[in-house]
Design a protein. Structure first.
Length: 192
C-alpha cells in the first residue's frame, strides 16, 4: 500500500492505529496546514507553535484508537490542538488563572454553541476588556471574584439595581460576541 498516492480517511486512520509510520506521515501532511494555521493564530512565535502542533499530533497518534467517527477527524484534531495550546499557556502563565476564568465565566453565561469551549484565556480576557468600564468592573467582581450585588454596589458606589443591570449588559455583550464567534466557526467548518 505504500506505493499508493492517495488513501481514504479510513485507510489512513487504520494505518495510524497500527502505528505505521508511512500512514502517520500521510496523516500529518494532510492535516498539518490546518493545525499549524490554527496554532499560529494563538501562539505568535513560529517555533513555539510548531512545538505545540507536534505535541498535538503525538497526542493524536497516541489516542487515535479513541477517535469514534462522531464528527470529522479535523474537528477531533482541533480539540486535541486546543488542549495542547491550553497546556502550553498553563506552562507559561499562572496555571489556575486561565482555567478558573473560563470556568467562572461559563457559570455566568449559558450558551448553546461551542464558542466558549473553543475560546482561549487571552481571547476571553480580550473580550472582557472590550466591555465599557463599569460593565467590565461589575462583571469581573461578580463572575470572577464572587462578589454579591450588594457588595459590588458598596465597592463601586452605585445602586444595587445598577450592579444587576451592568451584569445583565455584560452577559448580553459577551453572549453576542461568543455567538458571533460560534457562527463564524460553523461557517469555517462548512468550508473545510
Amino acid at each position: 500500500m505504500e506505493g499508493k498516492s492517495t488513501y481514504s480517511e479510513d485507510e489512513i486512520l487504520e494505518g495510524c492505529r497500527k502505528n505505521d509510520r508511512h500512514f502517520q506521515e500521510v496523516f500529518y501532511k494532510k492535516h498539518f496546514d490546518m493545525m499549524f494555521g490554527l496554532c499560529k493564530s494563538r501562539i505568535r512565535d513560529g517555533e513555539e507553535a510548531m512545538l505545540v502542533v507536534n505535541d498535538a499530533f503525538l497526542k493524536a497518534f497516541k489516542n487515535i484508537g479513541q477517535y469514534s467517527h462522531k464528527g470529522s477527524v479535523g474537528a477531533w484534531l482541533r480539540r486535541i490542538l486546543f488542549n495542547a495550546i491550553a497546556d502550553y499557556y498553563r506552562k507559561i502563565k499562572p496555571t489556575h488563572m486561565a482555567e478558573e476564568l473560563v470556568e467562572k465565566v461559563n457559570k455566568v453565561l449559558v450558551l448553546n454553541g461551542q464558542a466558549l469551549n473553543d475560546l482561549y484565556f487571552e481571547d476571553l480576557v480580550r473580550l472582557i476588556e472590550e466591555m465599557p468600564n463599569t460593565t467590565r468592573e461589575v462583571f469581573t467582581l461578580f463572575a470572577v471574584d464572587g462578589y454579591t450585588h450588594a457588595d459590588i454596589a458598596e465597592k463601586l458606589g452605585i445602586p444595587e439595581g445598577s450592579s444587576k443591570w451592568q451584569l445583565h449588559q455584560a452577559r448580553k455583550l459577551l453572549k453576542a460576541k461568543l455567538e458571533r464567534l460560534d457562527r463564524s466557526d460553523q461557517k469555517l467548518k462548512l468550508r473545510t
